[in-house]
Design a binder for this molecule. Structure first.
Ligand code: SF4
Length: 945
């Protein structure tokens, strides 16, 4: 039957005979046109790279083994009546993705370096030679320097769930190091984590439709969230107002109601100004604050620390805190197992006396009272003097947030400032004061993955099948039960976090801060006094040593200076582009240490150019995989193998399988098998392949994918009856529950089939505590280091001059044309812009320096320099320049890109630990390098270039 449709598949069908048509003499043009749209095969695919949230189901059209065309599926149903659906989902990169498969930067054979690193001389080698060389290098490293000398760079990879995951398993089994991707890419928000004990609340994209007032901060969704941007426009049609706060006037600003220009790095002043108005004008939601936040907890005036049980009773729980109950007039224990207040009505204001265990009394006050005092420094006129936003605008924003259903979307740039934590904590404070989380259309939003439990259950299995699945699940349940027996007040969310945190010393995933410090030369940058915040009382080294000596990072202080990195593997990332400090730091400090640098990728990127071995992988559409699922979409998106990989390329899984097999073979030849790593954990290489294939049962991605889907369905996160075959038919399936992982449970809301998802509802509706030290959203951090820095509450601090004393601050953000550097040299995409890197600069600043549009300039600071064409624009603030990220370093003169001027600073406070939720578990609390508002100068090129 002919189906009138925009779907290309409809073109293969001839219209049913209608009324008789007059015979035309010449119809061959029609035949030609129809032949153009004939296909051998159509497959559901996606682009499983980190185009977060991505997950767009596409149809790939194949003829004669070549993908000729792709188009968005557009088959999502309506979830909630009255709320727009997700369709069509797609972007311009996805629309020409198939061009990448046949592009010139594609590498089609394993390559071994023939000249110097970066010289561009390569020898084509066989897969067996390549895998043998890598296996031998790994064995040499383990035998000479221990397994911590083998480092796999964390990456979301370029092949979805079926790509880097298997290499991770090998690194885990041999005891190597796998750098935590959330610090490597710096998508970690320390401000959200400090407040909630989790960084990743992520309401579904369509939930924003329920908002009345939306603040974007440093967010440019027109560039960065193309498939889901329509919800913001639809929310406006629905009556919502949108305010965009950012230093530069981004292309998103024309789609907002208010554009609020702000001096770079001063958001904390703006947000605290809003908070001051809300408190001073009694616009705050007292009931929400008392129940959901730590602001009613009592603080000792003498020590500035919370009043704790050991203070009151002489011993007891260090995380038992107190309220002053206005009904009984007593100091009472704050409940730990629930947020429900019962008969207690905690005071938010006033000063009281508390009796200590030794019989003396101290003065105590609710944290809210201290906050009120501190906010006096941020009355709108005072805040305005810092951030440059008009006081009336600050009042307007505050009134809107206090009286409407409001959300604040802090864009990725918000996490990449030196004082990003203070900025985001201050915005969350505004939401806390106004009760704006835990209901539809509200809250802060970060990124998260969710619900695809199959891959993680698979990692714990020794063979296939449901019986083994049940055993893995029962073991997990037993461990959770043990933890709850230790502390019956733990929620499921807290217990799974606890389990995850305790397992870290036995896992290869590691916060990369120690790798950067000991192996990559950042120790010198981080100890440069003038590049840090002036309130940092001691040297970086002193803080780091204290953190290590006190055991705050026990089990994950690796590698140390005793394990020089010998093998460094990058699978699907591009570390010389992505790492702050890039070539300046890594080529100088890491590269000389490493005997083998390996790039596993589909294309020759800048890191590949400086590698010793290049292992070419199959592209998307040439291998079976899944997109990384996320609460923003709530779907598992399947990407099928539509065509065979060309020539000598392999899927990442097959490369990993061959590597595991080869390590076993070469270790046996050496008579080497068992050893201990630096943490004292035993490893046995003889079992590596068996463990990798689960006794030989799993040697193809197809078989593994079946098992993943089976187990995920079994635990109840996918609907009954979901199989790989049903996914092949439809391309995606919507999750029906969160599953087991802590990062899923962090969403803390029931997942309903006919409603948008808003995070935090278990806390606000079911009164389940938060996974923080105080078990409440925590604005007051009474850790010694935070008190020393004056950051127990969010405050404004000036952005330190990272890079030296220079007149401009350089900011960044995702460009419009690429997902990181993935598509940046796609010829079709290049034709849509200048095709080369550029620096956006204020027109008047440029005129003052005699710089004209499209002129090449030199950007310099104490760290280094790079040359780039200038794009003049009045949309950029004077004193700011924008260098969007994602350009390949090899697109710049001398291959020197913007990372050259980024010192890669981390904030010392993020090494703090030994304090409730301030501890490491995967993707969570850890220092991450920052790069926004680095100081630079912009100069005309010297004669001769
Ligand atoms: Fe969607 Fe990402 Fe593909 Fe674009 S590249 S269509 S955002 S999955």
């Amino acid at each position: 039957m002919f189906v009138p449709s925009l779907d290309l598949r409809a073109l293969q069908q001839k219209p049913k005979a209608g009324p008789p048509q007059k015979e035309l003499p010449y119809r061959s043009w029609e035949d030609l046109y129809r032949q153009k749209w004939q296909w051998d095969k159509v497959a559901w695919v996606s682009h499983c790279v980190d185009c977060y949230p991505g997950n767009c189901p596409y149809l790939a059209y194949v003829k004669d083994g070549i993908v000729w065309w792709e188009e968005p599926g557009g088959t999502f149903p309506t979830i909630e009546e009255g709320v727009p659906d997700m369709n069509p989902m797609g972007c311009q990169k996805g629309a020409c993705w198939s061009q990448l498969l046949y592009s010139r930067e594609r590498v089609l054979h394993p390559l071994k370096r023939a000249g110097e690193r970066g010289e561009g001389k390569w020898t084509r080698i066989s897969w067996d030679e390549a895998i043998t060389e890598l296996a031998d290098s790994i064995l040499d490293a383990i035998q000479e320097n221990g397994p911590h000398s083998v480092v796999l760079e964390g990456t979301p990879a370029q092949g979805g769930m079926m790509s880097a995951m298997h290499l991770n398993r090998i690194i885990n089994d041999i005891g190597g190091i796998h750098n935590d991707v959330n610090a490597v890419i710096n998508d970690f928000s320390p401000g959200i984590y400090l407040t909630f004990g989790k960084f990743n609340p992520a309401s579904s994209n369509d939930d924003i439709f329920h908002s009345d007032f939306i603040m974007f901060t440093h967010f440019n969704p027109v560039y960065t969230m193309i498939p889901s941007y329509h919800f913001m426009a639809e929310a406006r049609y629905h009556g919502a107002e949108i305010a965009l706060v950012a230093p530069d006037c981004s292309p998103s600003h024309v789609h907002t109601d208010y554009y609020v220009p702000i001096r770079a790095g001063t958001d904390a002043a703006l947000a605290l100004g809003m908070a001051q108005v809300i408190v001073a004008e009694n616009l705050y939601k007292a009931d929400f604050i008392k129940e959901q936040t730590d602001l009613a907890l009592l603080v000792r005036v003498d020590t500035r620390k919370f009043l704790r049980q050991p203070d009151v009773k002489g011993d007891g729980l260090d995380d038992q805190f107190y309220f002053f109950d206005t009904r009984s007039g007593q100091v009472v224990e704050a409940p730990r197992g629930t947020l429900a207040l019962g008969e207690v009505d905690p005071a938010l204001e006033g000063r009281y006396r508390a009796r200590l265990a030794d019989g003396t009394e101290v003065e105590v006050t609710p944290a809210f009272e201290i906050l009120k005092e501190r906010l006096r420094d941020y009355e709108p006129e005072k805040a305005s003097a810092i951030c440059g936003v008009n006081p009336d605008v600050i009042r307007t924003l505050a009134h809107k947030m206090a009286t409407k259903t409001g959300a604040i979307l802090n864009g990725g740039t918000s996490f990449k400032y030196y004082h990003a934590d203070l900025q985001v904590r201050a915005y969350i404070l505004v939401m806390g004061l106004t009760g704006n989380w835990g209901k539809k259309g509200t809250g802060p939003i970060e990124w998260s993955t969710c619900s695809f439990d199959g891959p993680f259950i698979f990692a714990g299995k020794s063979r296939g099948g449901l019986e083994e699945t049940k055993q893995v699940l029962s073991m997990r349940e037993d461990m959770i039960a043990l933890l709850k027996a230790e502390d019956p007040t733990l929620s499921d969310e807290m217990a799974t976090i606890e389990l995850s945190a305790r397992a870290m010393p036995n896992q290869s995933m590691t916060p990369p801060v120690f790798f950067w410090y000991y192996q990559c030369g950042y120790k010198d940058n981080w100890n440069r006094r003038q590049w840090n915040d002036p309130t940092m009382a001691r040297s970086f080294d002193e803080y780091l040593n204290e953190a290590v000596d006190k055991g705050w990072w026990e089990g994950v202080v690796r590698p140390t200076d005793k394990s020089p990195t010998r093998v460094y593997i990058e699978c699907g990332g591009n570390t010389l582009r992505r790492t702050r400090g890039g070539q300046v730091q890594l080529l100088k400090h890491l590269w000389p240490k490493a005997k083998k640098i390996v790039t596993i990728d589909w294309r020759m990127n800048t890191t590949g150019l400086y590698s010793d071995l290049f292992l070419p992988v199959a592209h998307h559409y040439e291998k079976l995989t899944f997109h990384i699922p996320t609460p923003h979409l709530l779907t598992l998106t399947f990407s099928d193998q539509a065509v065979d990989p060309p020539e000598d390329t392999l899927p990442e899984f097959e490369i990993s399988r061959r590597l595991a097999e080869k390590i076993v073979e070469r270790a046996k030849d050496r008579g080497f098998s068992e050893y201990l790593d630096a943490n004292g954990l035993p490893h046995d290489l003889a079992t590596l392949y068996d463990s990798f294939t689960k006794g030989g049962e799993f040697v193809t991605p197809e078989r593994i994918a079946e098992e993943w889907v089976q187990d995920t369905t079994f635990v109840g996160t996918l609907p009954k009856g979901t199989t790989l075959d049903t996914l092949r038919e439809k391309g995606y399936v919507r999750f029906i529950d969160w599953g087991l992982s802590p990062i899923s449970l962090n969403q803390s809301s029931d997942l309903k089939p006919d409603e948008t998802h808003a995070a935090f509802r278990w806390h606000t509706e079911n009164k389940i505590p938060y996974p923080t030290l105080t078990r409440r959203a925590q604005f007051y951090i009474d850790h010694d280091w935070f008190l020393e820095a004056g950051e127990e509450f969010p405050v404004h601090k000036e952005n330190p001059p990272q890079g030296g004393d220079y007149p401009f601050v350089m900011t960044s953000g995702h460009n419009r044309w690429s997902i990181h550097s993935m598509n940046i040299v796609n010829r079709i995409i290049q034709e849509t812009h200048r095709g080369r890197p550029h620096l956006v600069m204020n027109t008047d600043d440029a005129a003052a320096r005699g710089i004209s549009d499209n002129e090449e300039v030199q950007v310099v600071n104490d760290m280094g320099s790079f040359c780039v064409l200038v794009k003049l624009s009045q949309s950029v603030r004077p004193g700011q320049v924008i260098s969007y990220n994602g350009w390949e370093p090899y697109q710049y003169r001398g291959w020197q890109d913007a990372a050259n001027v980024e010192p890669g600073m981390v904030k010392w406070l993020h090494l703090a630990g030994g304090y409730g939720h301030l501890r490491y578990w995967p993707l969570q609390w850890q220092p991450a390098q920052v790069d926004r508002a680095v100081t630079v100068d912009v100069k005309k090129m010297e004669a001769g270039g």
